[in-house]
Ligand binder design. Structure first.
Ligand code: XUL
Ligand code: CO
Length: 438
């Protein structure tokens, strides 16, 4: 068996916060118990195939900078096999329990659908063996419906029924292979399901078609007995100017309108939240209160740049508040933290892939432990309970029990005059949060 990451001799171990070893975890201790579960069970880390093993470092202004030993040679299928072998070596050395992929990441497309499917079957049979030998599981699979020119005007929302049909064939196969690999979920990210100009777009028809497409996927899932969770991944823009799955709230409205809500949860991505003008915290909280919090694409954007930079998450405020919402919502069931993130164009060494993931895993482990303390001490719960205390007294109770109308309330306001105000205490709460993040 080839070794693709010889710089990392043994699996990355937990050495504690005083360790100076850059190839060790300082905070992520997989077996450590937090609120009754191990850190590994809480965090359910996944490595994504597309950025970590297929990323080239190319951008709009320059070509490939990342050259990997597992991509050497000219036989496309041999490269696909080597890449898969390298990926499982990486998962094991890093110590993650899960992986995620798009169909086109693991096997290159051929000239016909049937030949492409044969290629997928071959790689999936190998992946099945690697999964069995390593214990690494599939968090979710998905279908790339955005890179090939045939999908330039979308897949489920394409103006051509021919392209719509082609897209169903791709998703059908992606569902089958996800099922074959016992995936815990399946993601629909609507890359190119949106529009660039309304001058050429029938928005109503496109939305109706997108719902039809998803309904057919739900039907096919049942037909093949796939029990994994379906997720929609919201993103407001990029590649299209306006993506239909803009944010959690618009996905929720869409799913409700088309009566699909019971079949889907959301896969919330941090950088997509910031592109939508929201915080990651907001998107997670909105999903949680509506029972839609499914899984997370863990990364971060750069607030000075207006695009999806997909950087590795290192911000402790973000990881703390994310884990706070996730714990409050009862923790992950089928979902997990998938690092949909790529190393920078200048981080050209394979070892940088390890540094990136180790740092991100430590940042979430710290977030988890800080969130645990915040919850145990009921820091925000107490402040929020106090702020809304009026709703547990006479007037609040009457309103909430729907026993009063505008008439009684206007009379009450006239009799009682100006309401007494209270401080929102934002600065104090921010200071307390800082005391916990240390
Ligand atoms: C694109 C993105 C995708 C999805 C899966 O911005 O996040 O990689 O996560 O298709
Ligand atoms: Co993503």
């Amino acid at each position: 068996m080839a070794e693709y990451f010889p710089e990392v001799k043994k699996p990355i171990a937990y050495e504690g916060p005083n360790s100076k070893n850059p190839l060790a975890f300082k905070y992520y201790n997989p077996k450590e118990k937090v609120l009754g579960k191990t850190m590994a069970q809480h965090l359910r880390f996944a490595v994504c195939y597309w950025h970590t093993f297929r990323g080239t470092g190319a951008d709009m202004f320059g070509s490939q900078t990342l050259f990997r030993n597992f991509r050497s040679g000219s036989d496309e299928m041999k490269i696909a096999e080597q890449t898969l072998e390298a990926a499982f070596e990486f998962y094991q050395k890093l110590g993650v329990g899960f992986w995620c992929f798009h169909d086109t990441d693991i096997a290159p497309e051929a000239d016909t659908l049937s030949e492409t499917n044969k290629r997928l079957d071959h790689i999936v049979s190998l992946a099945k063996k690697y999964q069995k030998n390593t214990g690494v599981k599939l968090l979710w699979g998905t279908c790339n419906l955005f890179s090939h020119p045939r999908f330039m005007a979308g897949a489920g929302t394409n103006p051509s029924p021919e392209v719509f049909a082609f897209a169903t064939a791709k998703v059908k196969k992606a569902l089958e292979i996800t099922h074959e690999l016992d995936g815990a979920g399946y993601v629909f990210w609507g890359g190119r399901e949106g529009y660039d100009t309304l001058l050429n777009t029938d928005m109503k028809r496109e939305l109706d078609h997108l719902a039809l497409f998803l309904q057919m996927a739900v039907d096919y899932k049942k037909k093949i007995g796939f029990k994994g969770q379906f997720y929609i991944e919201p993103k407001p823009k990029e590649p299209t100017k306006h993506q239909y799955d803009f944010d959690s709230a618009s996905c929720y409205a869409f799913l409700q309108h088309y009566k699909l809500v019971e079949h889907f949860k959301l896969n919330i991505e941090a950088n997509h939240a910031t592109l939508a003008g929201h915080t990651f915290h907001h998107e997670l909280a909105f999903a949680a209160i509506n029972g839609l919090l499914g899984s997370v694409d863990a990364n971060r954007g750069d607030l000075l740049l207006g695009w999806d930079t997909d950087q590795f998450p290192t911000d402790l405020y973000d990881t703390t508040l994310a884990m706070y919402i996730i714990l409050k919502a009862g923790g992950f069931t089928t979902g997990g933290l998938n690092f949909d993130a790529h190393v920078r164009r200048q981080s050209i060494d394979p070892i940088d892939l390890f540094y990136a993931h180790i740092g991100a895993m430590d940042a979430f482990a710290r977030g988890l432990k800080i969130a645990e303390k915040l919850l145990k001490d009921k820091v925000f719960e107490k402040a929020i309970a106090q702020r809304y205390a009026g709703w547990n007294k006479d007037l609040g109770k009457k309103i909430e029990s729907k026993k009063v109308s505008f008439v009684e309330l206007a009379k009450y306001a006239e009799e009682h005059g100006e309401p007494k105000l209270q401080s929102g205490r934002q600065e104090l709460l921010e200071n307390i949060l800082n005391d916990y993040i240390k």
